[in-house]
Design a protein around this ligand. Structure first.
Ligand code: GDD
Ligand code: MN
Length: 370
């Protein structure tokens, strides 16, 4: 197993040599069957960081350098590094690692041991027992980190992870290769959140490993001013993408409901209420099918006429479940509370809500299954 430790740098001339030295030393202690390399991705730092890396490359043959002509952000540097590690260095594992001394090389062997034990991703965590934040960080920076994590975990519903913004991770490239890296939502620090979520969605086994995160040795932080806004945008966009289809199915259902209520009230004095409702449901079903096909599930839109007919039959069959639910709700309801305009309309409403859960499950699992 080949592990490549990616270190993005921007003006880290005071730190980079020591970081490389310590890592190379630590890489001699990694578990059997593993080899370790270091890949620095420098955005043409004006302070000449790259020259110092080149010096180290003469000393060690497992140190590599990739130069970005311009500074496009931490995420952009990592994406370039990850692709290079996969394609050129044939890496099985890549680490994300800071140059400034905040991430201690001594954790590398232990994190690789977790991989050996079956993890797909190991995250250096400051928020599990045994991990810690820098003692000398101000309360503001600690609070930002703590709240940022809390928001990310709440919005993404990933409470099982404690530290989602850690910059110290090792991931199997077999998982990273499945992610569309060019279309991550941020090219800044917030790329980390998107990548974490993408790994989680792929079903990777993510394990947290306690680390003491220490303050940078020298130089200045590059923590972007807009990082909080950028991170919130990433987290909420991911959430919306997750629930987009459900929201659309609800909206389509709402239009269908308006149609259903109108037809029901037209028919309720002509037929018995359960039959009037069943007919109204059928009209709504036809409308829902058309709108869902053109809008909600437009990426899986059914175009061929023969297939459309088959799917419509399937859709009707599925909706028959909902129709039955609504028929019975009306029949039972009227039997209990008797006939009345308001009562019956409430029963239409209750039936729709129960039917919606059934419909959504069936649409995504059957009709517009990917
Ligand atoms: N190539 C490149 N381009 N490198 C960059 C850029 C960039 O635009 N921005 C930052 N870096 C490098 C730095 O040189 C350093 O090696 C590393 O990325 C981390 O940058 P810092 O400026 O030290 O970040 P930080 O200490 O504020 O943030 C760390 O902790 C956060 C969690 O509290 C990082 O590990 C973050 O990823 C993490 O979210
Ligand atoms: Mn730092």
């Amino acid at each position: 197993m080949k592990a490549v430790i990616i270190i993005p740098t921007y003006n880290e001339k005071e730190n980079i040599e020591r970081t490389i030295e310590e890592l190379v030393k630590e890489l001699t202690k990694i578990p059997q069957g593993y080899t370790g390399h270091v890949l620095v991705v420098d955005d043409t730092s004006p302070d000449g960081t790259a020259d110092l890396v080149q010096k180290k490359m003469k000393q060690y043959d497992n140190v590599h350098l990739l130069i970005n002509p311009d500074k496009k952000g931490l995420g952009a540097a990592y994406i370039k590094g990850i692709k290079y590690a996969i394609e050129k260095l044939k890496a099985d594992l890549v680490f994300e690692f800071d140059a400034d001394g905040s991430h201690q090389p001594k954790y590398v062997p232990g994190m690789l041991a977790e991989i050996k034990n079956g993890a797909d991703v190991v995250v250096g965590s400051r928020y599990i027992p045994g991990g810690s934040m820098p003692a000398d960080w101000g309360i503001d920076r600690k609070l930002i980190s703590y709240l940022g994590n809390l928001i990310a975990r709440s919005v993404l519903l990933t409470f099982q992870y404690r530290d989602m913004t850690s910059g110290f991770r090792v991931s199997k490239t077999s998982y990273l290769a499945k992610i569309d890296l060019d279309n991550l939502l941020s090219m800044q620090f917030a790329y980390k959140l998107h990548l974490y979520y993408a790994l989680h969605k792929l079903g990777a086994k993510i394990v947290e490993y306690p680390i003491d995160f220490i303050d940078r040795a020298k130089g200045k932080t590059k923590f972007p001013k807009n990082n909080i806004k950028d991170s919130l945008r990433v987290v909420f966009t991911l959430r919306f993408r997750e629930s987009e289809k459900f929201i659309k199915v609800c909206l389509v259902g709402l239009i269908g409901a308006v149609i259903q209520f109108s037809f029901f009230n037209l028919l309720r004095n002509l037929w018995s209420p359960e039959y009037a409702n069943a007919a109204a449901v059928e009209v709504a079903i036809v409308s829902n099918f058309i709108v869902n096909n053109l809008w909600t599930f437009k990426e899986q839109k059914i175009k061929k006429v023969s297939k459309l007919l088959v799917k419509f039959a399937q859709f009707n069959l599925v909706s028959l479940g909902s129709l039955l639910i609504q028929f019975l709700t009306m029949k039972a309801g009227v039997a209990i509370v008797g006939r009345s305009l308001i009562g019956e309309n409430i029963l239409v409403f209750i039936g729709i809500i129960i039917g919606l859960g059934w419909n959504y499950t069936m649409y995504t699992k059957l009709v517009w299954k990917k």
